[in-house]
Design a protein around this ligand. Sequence first.
Ligand SMILES: Nc1ncnc2c1ncn2[C@@H]1O[C@H](COP(=O)(O)OP(=O)(O)OP(=O)(O)O)[C@@H](O)[C@H]1O
Ligand SMILES: CC(C)(CO)[C@@H](O)C(=O)NCCC(=O)O
Length: 315
Amino acid sequence: MNTSAALDPGELTAYRRFSRSEWAALRASTPLSLSADDIEGLRGVAEQFSLTEVADIMLPLSRLLNLQVAAARGLGVVQDTFLGRPVVAPPYIIGIAGSVAVGKSTFARVLRAALSRWPDHPRVELITTDGFLHPTTVLESRGLMQRKGFPESYDLRRMIAFLSAVKAGEAEVSAPVYSHLTYDIVPDRAQVVRRPDILIFEGLNVLQPSAGAPLLASDFFDFSVYVDAEEDDIAEWYRQRFLLLQRTAFQRPESYFHHFRDLPEGEARAMASKIWDAINLPNLRENILPTRERARLVLRKGADHRVQEVRLRRM
Ligand SMILES: Nc1ncnc2c1ncn2[C@@H]1O[C@H](COP(=O)(O)OP(=O)(O)OP(=O)(O)O)[C@@H](O)[C@H]1O
Ligand SMILES: CC(C)(CO)[C@@H](O)C(=O)NCCC(=O)O
């Protein structure tokens, strides 16, 4: 099986396809005038993100989302008026899905910065589903340490309860926090969300069905994005990130991968490939890629991380 760009006829009718330049041209409808400094500021949120990526991909998307937020608020007014209640806009929730190492969190950080520049929705929060992984003690007791990222490794009830509380407009909603350094949930720490204008909810599992549970994460989404790329490219990004972490985070004694800190580069690459092939690639094929066609927007990246094609669902 591969993750090639080929689409079946059903998908072709569901989505409009845009080349990079066609999508970039939609920036023309962006009334927000960003100075060169503003754009540089957005890029600073994630140094890997190039200026052209911000201008060509992120600005049209932030405009589309700005219009969508306004429309969703309009519908909220209709419902509150019908119910005779004071009008309160619930947070607009955007799900971001895709493989391990495809660049979801990088993309989400830049999207957050871009959306928060709009005066009508300055308060944008970002939560990753990593925090809803079961802690290591639970994963170990269930024999799931080699299944991290698979559906059974998450506390889905807690994840759905979190989204439900945010959408219901609760004043403060807490999410657990995961550390990539210790490879575990951080005890006694929480990330608190306080009625943001927009919540970006990022993780490989956000578009997945939840076995047996009545609600899915995507039931709470107003919009969703799938970050897509060739399997081989993602595997290489995973290896590159592993090598970077080896030179940085793994050097710290509290790192779960501290014992890999002095592996020669060839062996470190082989170790990264082994973890990729054993865990993250099967998870991509079995559980993540099958959710791609649920997304409203699919961004297809090339080997250089630049988005080459955008597919937008017809609604
Ligand atoms: N637009 C980009 N340009 C260049 N490099 C990028 C870009 N986006 C991500 N990367 C790099 O690709 C790697 C994976 O990115 P990131 O950590 O954002 O992925 P992720 O999908 O959030 O992964 P995970 O699911 O493991 O958290 C990182 O090394 C990151 O620096
Ligand atoms: C925490 C997840 C599942 C998602 O971010 C991922 O980073 C992970 O830890 N995968 C398990 C195999 C690995 O260490 O790459």
